[in-house]
Design a protein around this ligand. Structure first.
Ligand code: ATP
Length: 400
């Protein structure tokens, strides 16, 4: 349901993209995107540079004309509606503030163009400034503000317009790391308060994971998966999504499924592990075929630190410690087993020493397998453990 509805004074609306495609000459920047963004939802488009996320956003904004497909905002087909009549507000990475105007005038500008009465403009600018904690800064020009303050003014300028939809293109990427984390939390609070449908573009998977109600992962113009943060993390649809989401990234190792007499094994040449009962029946039909075995770094445990996972012949290996990276609460270990490289995130009390052997225990309940040829997931950490996705929506497969 994407029809517009009245919430307070703001008309909010969902957004629907139907077969949305954009070609620049031979380059297909966006390919047949089908997506239903719910009324009031915070949806993040994420993917590596050049995957088409900005082009998607610009088409919703009306700044780029689709080569094919439809864009609906609420119950209105907006393909032929000019940007200013789409009732959207866009926030960019570079703030795009007018340098010669005060923060107040920057925020008031669009309302003055619309000939909104002066008293109403004043009330809306001050209300937005209060919400954003910039009331004291309204008389300053952009060059007299910090990056974070400028970004707030840019947000304020979007808020005062009471849009049906916010479109945000990497709005935090000019801020330093600490400021980015703070502003991220503020944006989420603001979204909860305003309830306006928001489409947010970022290349930063961590930002996507912490902010999105749902996340769209794109690659080469094609939607790979639409899911909740937990859904993407525990149940990625393919090896690209698995490797893109999560830090440090998932370990991915070429291997073969081997059906033995006493169970199903993953043979990765340099080591062999035995799949638990919850996974074995799903892997077994792939016996003899090449697969990609995946395990997230925090599912490899230092055996000396009494892992919660019971060690057995089928889930332990001896590795050589190449590098230890202390991170505070945990340590990241770069390991080698023969030619295979593995990364493990372990407790900071680890006694791992560079160039020394270490015994690792693998939690194979959290193992992933992908088809080597297609990259499609065969089994994931969620397989047999569907309870971990309980808070994750399942009605999120609008890709073609
Ligand atoms: P980034 O994070 O680097 O901004 P993105 O995911 O937002 O990347 P887009 O900017 O949407 O990607 O670009 C998608 C593809 O379309 C890229 O290959 C890009 O080079 C191409 N492209 C974008 N705009 C144009 C244009 N105006 N003319 C030609 N090619 C373009």
């Amino acid at each position: 349901m994407v029809a517009g509805s009245i919430r307070g004074l703001t008309i909010v609306a969902g957004v629907r993209l139907v077969n949305l495609t954009k070609r620049f000459g031979d380059v297909v920047a966006v390919s047949k995107v089908n997506l239903e963004i719910r009324d009031g939802e915070f949806l993040v488009l994420v993917g590596p540079s050049g995957c088409g996320k900005t082009t998607c956003l610009r088409m919703i904004a009306g700044l780029e004309e689709p080569s094919e497909g439809e864009i609906w905002i609420g119950d209105r087909l907006v393909n032929d509606v000019s940007p200013k009549d789409r009732n959207i507000a866009m926030v960019f990475q570079n703030y795009a503030l007018y340098p010669h105007m005060s923060a107040y005038d920057n925020m008031a500008f669009a309302l003055r163009l619309r000939r909104t009465p002066r008293a109403a403009i004043d009330a809306r600018v001050r209300q937005a400034a209060r919400m954003l904690g910039i009331e004291e800064l309204l008389n300053r020009r952009p060059r007299e503000l910090s990056g974070g303050q400028r970004q707030r003014v840019a947000l304020g300028r979007a808020i005062v317009r009471d849009p049906s939809v916010f479109l945000m293109d990497e709005p935090l990427s000019n801020l330093d790391a600490k400021m980015r984390v703070e502003t991220r939390a503020e944006l989420i609070k603001l979204h909860r308060r305003l309830g306006v449908t928001t489409v947010y573009v970022t290349h930063d998977q961590l930002e996507a994971m912490t902010m999105g109600d749902r996340i769209v992962v794109m690659k080469d113009g094609v939607v790979q998966q639409v899911d909740t943060p937990l859904g993407l993390f525990y149940n990625p649809s393919n090896v690209f999504v698995a490797s893109f989401i999560g830090t440090p990234p998932m370990n991915l190792v070429e291997a073969e499924v081997v059906a033995g007499e006493d169970g199903v094994y993953i043979d990765a040449s340099d080591f062999q592990v035995k799949l638990p009962q919850s996974k074995a029946p799903i892997a077994e039909p792939h016996a003899g075929k090449p697969v990609i075995f995946g395990l997230r770094p925090n599912d490899l445990y230092d055996r000396d630190l009494s892992p919660t996972v019971q060690a057995s012949d089928g889930n332990t290996l001896t590795a050589k410690v190449e590098v230890v990276e202390p991170m505070g609460a945990e340590a990241v270990l770069y390991l080698s087993v023969g030619q295979t490289r593995l990364v493990a995130s372990v407790g900071s009390t680890t006694r791992a020493r560079e160039n020394h052997p270490i015994e690792m225990v693998l939690d194979l309940e959290a193992a992933y397998l992908f088809d080597s040829e297609t990259g499609e997931a065969i089994l994931t950490a969620a397989t047999g453990h569907e309870e971990i996705l309980r808070n994750s929506s399942d009605d999120s497969v609008p890709t073609t």
